[in-house]
Design a protein around this ligand. Structure first.
Ligand code: PLP
Length: 393
Protein backbone atom coordinates (compact mmCIF):
# COMPACT_ATOMS: atom_id res chain seq x y z
CA UNK A 1 0.00 0.00 0.00
CA UNK A 2 1.40 3.38 -0.95
CA UNK A 3 0.99 5.82 1.91
CA UNK A 4 1.20 9.60 2.08
CA UNK A 5 4.73 10.99 2.48
CA UNK A 6 3.37 12.89 5.47
CA UNK A 7 3.03 9.78 7.64
CA UNK A 8 6.50 8.47 6.88
CA UNK A 9 8.02 11.33 8.88
CA UNK A 10 5.92 10.68 11.96
CA UNK A 11 7.37 8.85 14.95
CA UNK A 12 4.74 6.87 16.85
CA UNK A 13 4.22 8.02 20.45
CA UNK A 14 6.95 6.40 22.57
CA UNK A 15 4.81 6.75 25.69
CA UNK A 16 1.97 4.78 24.15
CA UNK A 17 4.46 2.23 22.72
CA UNK A 18 5.96 1.40 26.12
CA UNK A 19 2.51 1.18 27.69
CA UNK A 20 1.46 -1.25 24.94
CA UNK A 21 4.57 -3.44 25.44
CA UNK A 22 4.02 -3.48 29.21
CA UNK A 23 0.38 -4.44 28.57
CA UNK A 24 1.47 -7.36 26.37
CA UNK A 25 3.79 -8.69 29.07
CA UNK A 26 1.06 -8.31 31.70
CA UNK A 27 -1.36 -10.21 29.42
CA UNK A 28 1.20 -13.04 29.31
CA UNK A 29 0.92 -13.25 33.09
CA UNK A 30 4.02 -11.27 34.11
CA UNK A 31 3.90 -9.00 37.14
CA UNK A 32 4.69 -5.75 35.33
CA UNK A 33 5.01 -2.39 37.09
CA UNK A 34 4.20 0.37 34.65
CA UNK A 35 5.80 3.75 35.29
CA UNK A 36 5.01 4.87 31.76
CA UNK A 37 1.53 6.20 32.37
CA UNK A 38 0.71 9.78 31.49
CA UNK A 39 -2.51 9.73 33.43
CA UNK A 40 -3.66 10.01 37.03
CA UNK A 41 -4.30 6.62 38.61
CA UNK A 42 -7.39 8.01 40.41
CA UNK A 43 -10.90 7.50 39.18
CA UNK A 44 -12.89 10.48 37.93
CA UNK A 45 -14.65 12.09 40.93
CA UNK A 46 -18.09 10.60 41.58
CA UNK A 47 -20.12 13.81 41.10
CA UNK A 48 -18.69 14.19 37.59
CA UNK A 49 -19.64 10.63 36.68
CA UNK A 50 -23.14 11.25 38.09
CA UNK A 51 -23.53 14.39 35.97
CA UNK A 52 -22.54 12.45 32.85
CA UNK A 53 -25.02 9.65 33.62
CA UNK A 54 -27.80 12.17 34.17
CA UNK A 55 -26.99 13.92 30.89
CA UNK A 56 -27.23 10.68 28.95
CA UNK A 57 -30.52 9.76 30.63
CA UNK A 58 -31.87 13.23 29.85
CA UNK A 59 -31.22 12.57 26.17
CA UNK A 60 -28.13 14.74 25.68
CA UNK A 61 -26.80 12.25 23.19
CA UNK A 62 -26.83 14.34 20.04
CA UNK A 63 -24.35 16.44 18.07
CA UNK A 64 -23.37 19.66 19.79
CA UNK A 65 -21.92 22.89 18.37
CA UNK A 66 -18.47 22.16 16.94
CA UNK A 67 -16.59 24.41 19.38
CA UNK A 68 -18.47 23.03 22.38
CA UNK A 69 -21.70 23.49 24.29
CA UNK A 70 -22.37 27.12 25.29
CA UNK A 71 -22.69 25.96 28.93
CA UNK A 72 -19.26 24.32 28.80
CA UNK A 73 -17.71 27.42 27.26
CA UNK A 74 -19.26 29.44 30.10
CA UNK A 75 -17.85 26.98 32.67
CA UNK A 76 -14.39 27.36 31.08
CA UNK A 77 -14.70 31.16 30.99
CA UNK A 78 -15.61 31.10 34.70
CA UNK A 79 -12.66 28.81 35.46
CA UNK A 80 -10.25 31.12 33.63
CA UNK A 81 -11.63 34.10 35.56
CA UNK A 82 -11.54 32.28 38.91
CA UNK A 83 -8.01 30.93 38.54
CA UNK A 84 -6.17 33.63 36.59
CA UNK A 85 -8.53 36.63 36.51
CA UNK A 86 -8.85 36.37 32.72
CA UNK A 87 -11.73 37.74 30.69
CA UNK A 88 -12.53 35.62 27.67
CA UNK A 89 -15.57 35.74 25.36
CA UNK A 90 -17.28 32.58 24.06
CA UNK A 91 -15.88 33.13 20.54
CA UNK A 92 -12.37 33.00 22.04
CA UNK A 93 -12.85 29.43 23.32
CA UNK A 94 -12.87 26.11 21.50
CA UNK A 95 -13.48 22.76 23.19
CA UNK A 96 -11.92 19.72 21.52
CA UNK A 97 -11.48 16.01 22.10
CA UNK A 98 -8.60 16.48 24.55
CA UNK A 99 -5.82 19.07 24.68
CA UNK A 100 -3.91 16.92 22.19
CA UNK A 101 -6.68 17.33 19.63
CA UNK A 102 -6.95 21.05 20.29
CA UNK A 103 -3.20 21.41 19.64
CA UNK A 104 -3.62 19.43 16.43
CA UNK A 105 -6.36 21.83 15.30
CA UNK A 106 -4.16 24.77 16.22
CA UNK A 107 -1.23 23.72 14.03
CA UNK A 108 -3.58 22.87 11.17
CA UNK A 109 -5.15 26.32 11.43
CA UNK A 110 -1.92 28.28 12.00
CA UNK A 111 0.86 26.90 9.82
CA UNK A 112 1.74 27.21 6.16
CA UNK A 113 4.32 24.84 4.68
CA UNK A 114 7.77 25.68 6.03
CA UNK A 115 6.53 27.77 8.95
CA UNK A 116 8.67 27.17 12.02
CA UNK A 117 7.61 26.44 15.59
CA UNK A 118 10.22 26.64 18.33
CA UNK A 119 9.92 23.70 20.71
CA UNK A 120 12.09 23.65 23.83
CA UNK A 121 13.53 20.21 24.45
CA UNK A 122 12.90 17.98 26.40
CA UNK A 123 9.41 18.24 24.95
CA UNK A 124 6.13 16.39 25.09
CA UNK A 125 6.35 13.79 22.32
CA UNK A 126 3.41 15.00 20.23
CA UNK A 127 4.52 18.63 19.65
CA UNK A 128 7.07 18.03 16.85
CA UNK A 129 4.93 15.36 15.20
CA UNK A 130 1.86 17.58 15.15
CA UNK A 131 3.84 20.46 13.67
CA UNK A 132 5.11 18.12 10.94
CA UNK A 133 1.58 16.87 10.25
CA UNK A 134 0.67 20.49 9.51
CA UNK A 135 3.63 20.81 7.08
CA UNK A 136 5.42 22.99 9.61
CA UNK A 137 9.01 22.69 10.75
CA UNK A 138 9.69 21.91 14.42
CA UNK A 139 12.75 23.83 15.58
CA UNK A 140 14.14 22.18 18.68
CA UNK A 141 15.73 24.37 21.29
CA UNK A 142 17.87 22.13 23.48
CA UNK A 143 17.93 22.97 27.19
CA UNK A 144 20.05 21.38 29.89
CA UNK A 145 19.52 20.01 33.36
CA UNK A 146 22.13 22.53 34.57
CA UNK A 147 19.77 25.32 33.48
CA UNK A 148 16.72 23.56 34.90
CA UNK A 149 15.57 22.69 31.37
CA UNK A 150 14.46 26.29 30.80
CA UNK A 151 14.94 28.52 27.79
CA UNK A 152 16.20 32.08 27.87
CA UNK A 153 15.99 34.99 25.47
CA UNK A 154 19.53 34.37 24.28
CA UNK A 155 18.52 30.79 23.37
CA UNK A 156 15.57 32.18 21.42
CA UNK A 157 17.81 34.65 19.60
CA UNK A 158 19.78 31.70 18.21
CA UNK A 159 16.69 30.04 16.79
CA UNK A 160 14.44 32.80 15.54
CA UNK A 161 14.12 33.31 11.76
CA UNK A 162 11.60 35.17 9.64
CA UNK A 163 9.74 31.86 9.35
CA UNK A 164 9.17 31.54 13.11
CA UNK A 165 5.45 31.58 13.80
CA UNK A 166 5.14 30.23 17.32
CA UNK A 167 6.85 29.10 20.51
CA UNK A 168 5.50 26.28 22.64
CA UNK A 169 5.78 26.66 26.41
CA UNK A 170 4.72 23.84 28.69
CA UNK A 171 4.85 24.83 32.34
CA UNK A 172 4.64 22.70 34.47
CA UNK A 173 6.51 20.56 31.99
CA UNK A 174 6.01 17.04 30.83
CA UNK A 175 8.56 15.44 31.12
CA UNK A 176 10.81 17.59 33.36
CA UNK A 177 8.32 18.90 35.93
CA UNK A 178 9.88 22.38 35.78
CA UNK A 179 7.82 25.56 36.21
CA UNK A 180 8.71 28.96 34.76
CA UNK A 181 8.60 31.89 37.17
CA UNK A 182 6.81 35.13 36.38
CA UNK A 183 10.17 36.87 35.80
CA UNK A 184 11.42 34.20 33.41
CA UNK A 185 8.16 34.35 31.49
CA UNK A 186 8.28 38.15 31.28
CA UNK A 187 11.50 38.18 29.27
CA UNK A 188 10.32 35.37 26.97
CA UNK A 189 7.01 37.17 26.41
CA UNK A 190 8.75 40.46 25.56
CA UNK A 191 10.89 38.65 22.99
CA UNK A 192 7.84 36.96 21.41
CA UNK A 193 5.93 40.23 21.22
CA UNK A 194 8.90 42.00 19.61
CA UNK A 195 9.25 39.24 17.00
CA UNK A 196 5.53 38.65 16.43
CA UNK A 197 5.77 35.04 17.62
CA UNK A 198 2.57 33.45 18.91
CA UNK A 199 2.96 31.92 22.37
CA UNK A 200 1.34 28.52 22.73
CA UNK A 201 1.00 27.99 26.47
CA UNK A 202 0.20 24.37 27.30
CA UNK A 203 -1.12 24.59 30.86
CA UNK A 204 -2.49 21.07 31.17
CA UNK A 205 -0.55 20.43 34.44
CA UNK A 206 -1.59 23.76 35.98
CA UNK A 207 -3.22 22.17 39.01
CA UNK A 208 -0.38 19.77 39.79
CA UNK A 209 2.26 21.90 41.50
CA UNK A 210 4.10 20.91 44.67
CA UNK A 211 6.01 22.00 47.71
CA UNK A 212 5.01 25.65 47.61
CA UNK A 213 5.77 26.14 43.92
CA UNK A 214 3.26 28.33 42.10
CA UNK A 215 1.80 28.16 38.63
CA UNK A 216 1.75 31.40 36.67
CA UNK A 217 0.27 31.73 33.19
CA UNK A 218 2.32 33.79 30.76
CA UNK A 219 -0.93 35.40 29.57
CA UNK A 220 -1.34 36.96 33.03
CA UNK A 221 1.59 39.30 32.36
CA UNK A 222 -0.41 41.90 30.42
CA UNK A 223 -3.29 42.35 27.98
CA UNK A 224 -0.75 42.56 25.15
CA UNK A 225 0.81 39.21 26.09
CA UNK A 226 -2.63 37.65 26.54
CA UNK A 227 -3.59 38.81 23.03
CA UNK A 228 -0.44 37.13 21.69
CA UNK A 229 -1.01 33.82 23.51
CA UNK A 230 -3.18 30.80 22.99
CA UNK A 231 -3.81 28.85 26.18
CA UNK A 232 -4.23 25.09 26.01
CA UNK A 233 -5.75 23.21 28.94
CA UNK A 234 -8.31 20.56 29.81
CA UNK A 235 -9.74 18.23 32.42
CA UNK A 236 -7.55 15.17 31.73
CA UNK A 237 -4.89 15.72 34.37
CA UNK A 238 -6.65 18.09 36.78
CA UNK A 239 -9.82 16.02 37.22
CA UNK A 240 -8.53 12.52 36.37
CA UNK A 241 -10.56 12.52 33.16
CA UNK A 242 -8.12 11.33 30.48
CA UNK A 243 -10.58 8.93 28.87
CA UNK A 244 -13.35 11.51 28.53
CA UNK A 245 -11.28 13.46 25.99
CA UNK A 246 -12.07 17.08 26.76
CA UNK A 247 -9.56 19.89 26.29
CA UNK A 248 -9.85 23.51 25.27
CA UNK A 249 -8.02 26.46 23.79
CA UNK A 250 -8.51 30.10 24.72
CA UNK A 251 -7.15 32.73 22.36
CA UNK A 252 -7.76 35.18 19.56
CA UNK A 253 -11.22 34.83 17.98
CA UNK A 254 -9.98 34.56 14.37
CA UNK A 255 -7.65 31.69 15.26
CA UNK A 256 -10.34 29.94 17.29
CA UNK A 257 -12.72 30.27 14.35
CA UNK A 258 -10.19 28.74 11.95
CA UNK A 259 -9.61 25.85 14.39
CA UNK A 260 -13.38 25.38 14.63
CA UNK A 261 -13.62 25.13 10.84
CA UNK A 262 -10.98 22.39 10.82
CA UNK A 263 -12.80 20.54 13.63
CA UNK A 264 -16.12 20.85 11.81
CA UNK A 265 -14.74 18.67 9.00
CA UNK A 266 -12.95 16.16 11.22
CA UNK A 267 -14.56 15.40 14.58
CA UNK A 268 -17.73 17.59 14.30
CA UNK A 269 -17.76 18.04 18.06
CA UNK A 270 -16.29 16.54 21.25
CA UNK A 271 -18.44 13.72 22.70
CA UNK A 272 -21.60 15.27 24.14
CA UNK A 273 -21.64 13.20 27.34
CA UNK A 274 -18.02 14.15 28.05
CA UNK A 275 -18.89 17.81 27.66
CA UNK A 276 -21.59 17.49 30.31
CA UNK A 277 -19.07 15.77 32.57
CA UNK A 278 -16.62 18.65 32.00
CA UNK A 279 -19.30 21.23 32.88
CA UNK A 280 -19.68 19.47 36.24
CA UNK A 281 -15.90 19.28 36.65
CA UNK A 282 -15.43 23.03 36.23
CA UNK A 283 -18.61 24.24 37.92
CA UNK A 284 -18.62 21.72 40.79
CA UNK A 285 -16.55 21.51 43.98
CA UNK A 286 -12.78 21.52 43.38
CA UNK A 287 -11.75 19.65 46.55
CA UNK A 288 -10.99 16.43 44.71
CA UNK A 289 -8.45 18.27 42.54
CA UNK A 290 -6.60 19.34 45.67
CA UNK A 291 -6.81 15.85 47.23
CA UNK A 292 -5.21 14.32 44.15
CA UNK A 293 -2.53 17.02 44.12
CA UNK A 294 -1.69 16.25 47.75
CA UNK A 295 -1.40 12.54 46.99
CA UNK A 296 1.01 13.24 44.10
CA UNK A 297 3.06 15.58 46.30
CA UNK A 298 3.39 12.95 49.01
CA UNK A 299 4.55 10.36 46.48
CA UNK A 300 7.07 12.76 44.95
CA UNK A 301 8.54 13.64 48.33
CA UNK A 302 8.81 9.97 49.27
CA UNK A 303 10.32 8.53 46.11
CA UNK A 304 12.58 11.38 44.99
CA UNK A 305 15.30 10.96 47.68
CA UNK A 306 15.49 7.25 46.96
CA UNK A 307 15.74 7.80 43.19
CA UNK A 308 18.66 10.20 43.47
CA UNK A 309 20.46 7.84 45.85
CA UNK A 310 20.78 5.26 43.05
CA UNK A 311 24.33 5.12 41.65
CA UNK A 312 24.91 7.14 38.47
CA UNK A 313 21.46 8.74 38.55
CA UNK A 314 20.93 12.50 38.71
CA UNK A 315 17.57 14.23 38.76
CA UNK A 316 16.23 17.69 39.46
CA UNK A 317 13.35 17.71 41.90
CA UNK A 318 10.20 18.26 39.84
CA UNK A 319 8.06 21.24 40.80
CA UNK A 320 4.92 20.05 39.06
CA UNK A 321 3.21 17.45 36.77
CA UNK A 322 3.69 13.81 37.84
CA UNK A 323 6.95 12.70 36.28
CA UNK A 324 10.55 12.26 37.34
CA UNK A 325 13.08 12.77 34.56
CA UNK A 326 16.46 11.49 35.73
CA UNK A 327 19.65 11.46 33.67
CA UNK A 328 20.82 7.86 33.82
CA UNK A 329 23.57 7.99 31.16
CA UNK A 330 26.24 7.14 33.71
CA UNK A 331 24.47 4.14 35.18
CA UNK A 332 23.41 2.91 31.74
CA UNK A 333 27.02 2.98 30.52
CA UNK A 334 28.27 1.38 33.74
CA UNK A 335 25.76 -1.43 33.18
CA UNK A 336 27.29 -1.97 29.73
CA UNK A 337 24.44 -0.65 27.56
CA UNK A 338 24.99 1.24 24.30
CA UNK A 339 22.11 3.58 24.99
CA UNK A 340 19.58 4.49 27.65
CA UNK A 341 16.86 3.08 25.38
CA UNK A 342 18.63 -0.32 25.45
CA UNK A 343 18.89 -0.03 29.24
CA UNK A 344 15.13 0.64 29.47
CA UNK A 345 14.34 -2.25 27.11
CA UNK A 346 16.40 -4.66 29.22
CA UNK A 347 14.79 -3.34 32.42
CA UNK A 348 11.36 -4.20 31.03
CA UNK A 349 12.47 -7.64 29.80
CA UNK A 350 14.34 -8.63 32.95
CA UNK A 351 12.68 -6.81 35.84
CA UNK A 352 9.30 -6.09 34.27
CA UNK A 353 9.44 -2.37 35.03
CA UNK A 354 8.21 -0.09 32.25
CA UNK A 355 9.83 3.34 32.03
CA UNK A 356 9.82 5.64 28.99
CA UNK A 357 13.21 6.25 27.32
CA UNK A 358 13.97 9.96 27.03
CA UNK A 359 14.83 9.80 23.30
CA UNK A 360 11.20 10.42 22.32
CA UNK A 361 11.28 13.60 24.44
CA UNK A 362 14.49 14.77 22.76
CA UNK A 363 16.64 13.80 25.76
CA UNK A 364 18.34 10.45 25.08
CA UNK A 365 20.29 10.39 28.36
CA UNK A 366 17.12 10.44 30.43
CA UNK A 367 14.19 8.22 31.31
CA UNK A 368 10.75 9.32 32.40
CA UNK A 369 9.14 7.73 35.43
CA UNK A 370 5.53 8.53 36.17
CA UNK A 371 4.42 8.63 39.80
CA UNK A 372 0.80 8.44 38.76
CA UNK A 373 0.89 5.06 40.42
CA UNK A 374 0.62 3.94 44.04
CA UNK A 375 3.55 4.55 46.39
CA UNK A 376 3.71 0.84 47.06
CA UNK A 377 4.15 0.05 43.37
CA UNK A 378 6.63 2.85 42.82
CA UNK A 379 8.76 1.66 45.72
CA UNK A 380 8.65 -1.92 44.44
CA UNK A 381 9.76 -0.59 41.03
CA UNK A 382 12.70 1.19 42.66
CA UNK A 383 13.69 -2.10 44.36
CA UNK A 384 13.69 -3.77 40.98
CA UNK A 385 15.64 -0.95 39.32
CA UNK A 386 18.23 -1.10 42.10
CA UNK A 387 18.50 -4.86 41.65
CA UNK A 388 18.83 -4.42 37.87
CA UNK A 389 21.68 -1.94 38.28
CA UNK A 390 23.53 -4.27 40.69
CA UNK A 391 23.05 -7.30 38.41
CA UNK A 392 24.59 -5.47 35.47
CA UNK A 393 27.59 -3.90 37.16
N1 PLP B 1 0.02 18.43 26.78
C1 PLP B 1 0.86 17.72 27.55
C2 PLP B 1 2.13 18.37 27.97
C3 PLP B 1 0.55 16.42 27.95
O1 PLP B 1 1.40 15.74 28.72
C4 PLP B 1 -0.65 15.85 27.51
C5 PLP B 1 -1.00 14.45 27.85
O2 PLP B 1 -0.18 13.64 28.17
C6 PLP B 1 -1.51 16.61 26.73
C7 PLP B 1 -1.15 17.90 26.38
C8 PLP B 1 -2.81 16.08 26.19
O3 PLP B 1 -3.77 15.87 27.13
P1 PLP B 1 -5.25 15.45 26.71
O4 PLP B 1 -5.27 15.24 25.24
O5 PLP B 1 -5.55 14.19 27.45
O6 PLP B 1 -6.13 16.58 27.14
Amino acid sequence: MQLADRVSTITPSSTLAITAKAGELAAQGFDVIGLGAGQPDFNTPEFIIDAACEAVKAGHTKYTPTAGLPALKQAIIKKLKRDQGFDFAPNEIIVGSGAKHVLYLLFQALLNPGDEVIIPSPFWVSYPEQVKLADGVPVTLVTSQDHHFKITVSDLEQKVTEKTRALILNSPSNPTGMIYSKEELASIAAFCLAHDILIISDEIYEKLVYNGNKFFSIAQLSEAVKANTIIINGVSKSHAMTGWRIGYAAGEAALIKAMTNVASHSTSNPASVSQYAAIAAYNGPQESVELMREAFEKRLNTVYPRLISLPGVSCLKPQGAFYLFPNIAETSAACGFQSVSDWAGALLEEEKVAVVPGAGFGAPEHIRLSYATSLEKFEAALDRIENFIHQHK
